[in-house]
Design a protein around this ligand. Structure first.
Ligand SMILES: [Zn+2]
Length: 158
């Protein structure tokens, strides 16, 4: 196969950064899950992902989506996916990511105080202990009545 140049790495990085989270309308890059994309040899790309939770059931889907994205650029490459065990935190979400989450009806709990993503009210309360997935908790807004999920740091006591 041809020697990967800077151009190929840039194209791979670009498509991997566009991979969406399986559950929320946000890229893994903006969510802070995608940590790095490196050519570890001429025929292997190493992708480091930090899951929002180590037990996140969406990990298999994320791996498949990253492999599929790399294959659109160079199908012959081996994709070596490494799961980073460092705790993911909502502070890892990019500014664009926070905006994407807000548009999709989510907030990140580190952005204290928790605000309703729909009306901006801070008069909100936790609505339970279990959200749509293990990294989310349900909240409700007392002003507009909306329900929304907050993403919590993996270090937070649930
Ligand atoms: Zn509201």
């Amino acid at each position: 196969m041809k020697t990967p140049g800077v151009g190929m790495k840039a194209r791979i990085t670009s498509v991997v950064r566009d991979v969406q989270d399986p559950e929320i309308a946000i890229t893994l890059y903006d969510l802070g899950v995608l940590r790095s994309v490196e050519m570890s040899s001429t025929d292997t790309v190493k992708v480091v992902l930090r899951p929002t939770r180590l037990a996140c059931p969406a990990r298999g889907r994320m791996e498949r989506d990253v492999r599929a994205a790399v294959a659109t650029v160079e199908p012959m490459l081996t994709v070596d996916i490494e799961w980073d065990v460092a705790p993911w935190a909502t502070a890892d979400i990019s500014a664009e990511g926070v905006e994407s989450l807000r548009r999709d009806g989510y907030i990140a709990s580190s952005l204290a105080p928790v605000k309703c993503p729909y009306c901006g009210s801070v008069v909100v309360k936790k609505a339970g202990s279990f959200g749509g997935s293990i990294c989310r908790l349900p909240w409700s807004c007392r002003r507009c009545g909306s329900q929304f999920d907050a993403l919590h740091d993996s270090a937070d006591a649930m």
